[in-house]
Design a protein around this ligand. Structure first.
Ligand SMILES: *Cc1c(COP(=O)(O)O)cnc(C)c1O
Length: 377
């Protein structure tokens, strides 16, 4: 699905020397590499505060802890996402309220959010799923009307631009009150282990978060709030500093590969290419950075296609095979099946193809021909 080795080869010198430098200076924890990376990422995103932490799941949890949400507060998020999003809501004894997604762009459905709001609702967690920004204009408007926090889960969307109706352009993760991201190796900006970060433009919230990631300490050995220990390793920060200058090019390579897939599948019956964006205008507007390139296979042959691709040695993935509302850990008697019609269908139709920065034309040709031959036979 990803080619991390090919990508590493192109930046090997810088990565190797940066890692060696961390080892030589033994600044393993909170060293200069972490602080430099923080500043460079703030500049790249044009956000006031980046707070690095240990992984993307921690980032979400810490963002929610900092908002001082109370047990029983309801937090609305998408039924069709990675479990980390709902996991931290439940872990903090908040009440997850899962809602359906849009059948074309797979992002959280705006009408479903509106329908799910109650007097107990305190926050919305949109996920920029597969690298496409959620409809932030609408989500921010709903949040304003109902006085809710918006926590962007930007684990799959780093580097994506979102252009508002008024024409202003912002990076995903800088629009809501607070955002989280992950530097898991396969993410668009991945390190060589675990890593994550929280972003916010709110000075007070940033201060609170800096204490929470460090055992609730604002003054050494004074623990004002219950915190956690969540740090980005200096070695991982060194890797990320080597990769950040390439992020736009990495995303461009993904977009180009995606456009080639889309052109190849054009007009093929029973294959629906990723929607919600226009390939020609993709770079502007609501840009997609293709963390995943996800097709819908409409003729009920998705599982057979997965088997066929496995036989042909083509990696593929089903993200996600089970809706969160049907997972044992997150079942809730308030959920009604008819409210999840889209997710319930997507889990049977979606298939994600290899997507990374090193895909070449020959690989894309082999992948698309194999799929087209199978689906049209
Ligand atoms: C990867 C991911 C996370 C979690 O990130 P980790 O660094 O693996 O903890 C959270 N949300 C989404 C949508 C993700 O894709």
């Amino acid at each position: 699905m990803v080619d991390l080795k090919g990508q590493y080869k192109n930046i090997k010198e810088r990565v190797d020397s940066s890692i060696m430098n961390v080892i030589e200076t033994t600044a393993f924890v909170n060293g200069p590499e972490v602080h430099e990376f923080q500043k460079e990422l703030e500049e790249y995103l044009d956000v006031k505060h980046v707070i690095p932490c240990a992984n993307g799941t921690d980032a979400l949890q810490i963002a929610m802890m900092a908002l001082n949400l109370k047990p029983g507060d309801e937090v609305i998020t998408a039924d069709f996402t990675f479990a980390a999003t709902v996991e931290v809501i439940a872990l903090l004894q908040l009440t997850p309220v899962l809602v359906d997604v849009d059948p074309i762009n797979f992002n959280i459905d705006i009408e479903a959010i509106k329908k799910a709001i109650t007097p107990k609702t305190k926050a919305i967690v949109p996920v920029h799923l597969f690298g496409l920004a959620a409809n932030m204009d609408e989500i921010m408007a709903i949040a304003k009307e109902h006085n809710l926090y918006v926590i962007e889960d930007n684990a799959q969307g780093i580097g994506a631009d979102y252009t508002s109706k008024d024409g202003s352009k912002k990076k995903t993760g800088t629009i809501g009150h607070v955002a989280s991201t992950s530097f898991f190796p396969s993410k668009n900006l991945g390190c060589y282990g675990d890593g994550g970060a929280i972003f916010t433009n709110d000075d007070d919230l940033a201060h609170t978060i800096r204490g929470i990631v460090n055992h609730g300490m604002y003054v050494r050995y004074h623990h004002d709030v219950v915190g956690v220990n969540s740090r980005l390793d200096s070695i991982q920060a060194a890797v990320l500093r080597a990769k950040l200058p390439h992020l736009d090019n990495y995303n461009k390579a993904r977009i180009e590969a995606a456009n080639k897939y889309t052109v190849a599948f054009k007009g093929i019956e029973n294959i629906m290419t990723p929607g919600g964006f226009d390939t020609e205008r993709n770079i502007s507007e609501r840009s997609h950075v293709f963390h995943q390139y996800t097709l819908k296979i409409l003729n009920g042959k998705r599982d057979a296609l997965v088997n066929h691709l496995n036989e042909k040695g083509i990696p593929c993935g089903v993200y996600y095979p089970i809706p969160l509302h049907l997972q044992k850990a997150y079942k809730d008697e308030r959920y009604k099946e008819e409210d999840f019609a889209v997710t319930n269908q997507l889990i049977n139709e979606v298939i994600s193809l290899p997507m990374h920065t090193e895909l070449d034309d020959e690989q894309i040709k082999y992948i698309t021909e194999t799929i087209i031959n199978f689906v049209t036979k």
